[in-house]
Design a protein around this ligand. Structure first.
Ligand code: ZN
Length: 253
């Protein structure tokens, strides 16, 4: 997961929000929340977010099609129906993260602070789910190599409770995803890592810096998948003190 800049609200959204909120409020007040009545008037918004996110899921960084995947509500509509058309609450996510993992879950540091109907966030709420549009997920989640399982695993960075909760809620350590991570590291990152190691062994400073810049820039460009993972793989094989010795920079994606 990496930081997302969703840009300005699409021009049509305020009108959609006004109409849809009025319609949906009446439904909630008469017969209660009904997900099936949310309608589909945010299709255009979903496409805009998908493009802003470089065609990637906001949580797992898998590249996927917009049709068949989800407009994601950071604060889920089942608990925060009045934020269903609020730009700051919208993201694009794959079905695996949104539907099969997160669903209605939205953990808080203190349940008593949960917003009441029609209140604007955040009030006193401290979500324990990383919001990639307002914070850098790399502060909370780190990929570490696990020898025992032969896998790169997402783990809370430091002792980040928010990181731990985010991994739990989104099931970012689900087996199939770990396998995608693993194949990506093996097929796309390790050849670059090994090549750099060779150049370092030969002591060719110019070639090391040149190759590093080219490889890291490519692996961390926002259109690539799993850039947070790529960042941590380079950080693992070339720790900070070694990078400093060679004059290499590792920017965040
Ligand atoms: Zn996903």
């Amino acid at each position: 997961m990496i930081r997302i800049d969703r840009g300005p609200e699409p021009l049509e959204l305020p009108d959609v929000r006004r109409d849809e909120l009025e319609r949906f409020r009446a439904i909630v007040l008469t017969s209660g929340y009904d997900r099936n009545q949310l309608g589909t008037r945010y299709t255009a918004v979903k496409e805009a977010l998908w493009r802003r996110q470089e065609l990637k899921c906001c949580y797992c960084e898998k590249v996927c099609e917009n049709v068949g995947n989800d407009l994601e509500h950071y604060r889920p509509t089942s608990r925060y129906w009045w934020l269903a058309w609020t730009w700051e609450n919208l993201l694009f996510a794959c079905q695996n993260c949104n539907r099969w993992a997160k669903n209605d879950d939205f953990p808080l540091a203190d349940e008593k602070t949960r917003l009441k109907a029609e209140e604007s966030p955040p009030q006193g709420e401290q979500p324990q789910l990383v919001d990639p549009a307002t914070e850098d997920p790399l502060d909370s989640i780190q990929f570490v190599w696990d020898e025992a399982s032969d896998r790169w695993l997402p783990r809370p960075r430091g002792a980040s409770v928010k990181g731990a909760e985010t991994i739990r809620v989104l099931e970012l350590d689900r087996q199939a995803l770990l396998e995608l991570f693993q194949n990506y590291v093996r097929d796309y990152l390790m050849p670059d890592v090994n090549h750099l190691r060779e150049l370092m062994k030969n002591g060719n400073e110019h070639a090391v810096r040149d190759t590093w810049k080219r490889n890291v820039r490519r692996a961390l460009q926002r259109t690539m998948f799993y850039t947070a993972l790529a960042h941590d793989v380079f950080d693992h094989y070339f720790p900070e003190d070694e990078r400093r010795r060679w004059g290499l920079e590792l920017p965040r994606p």
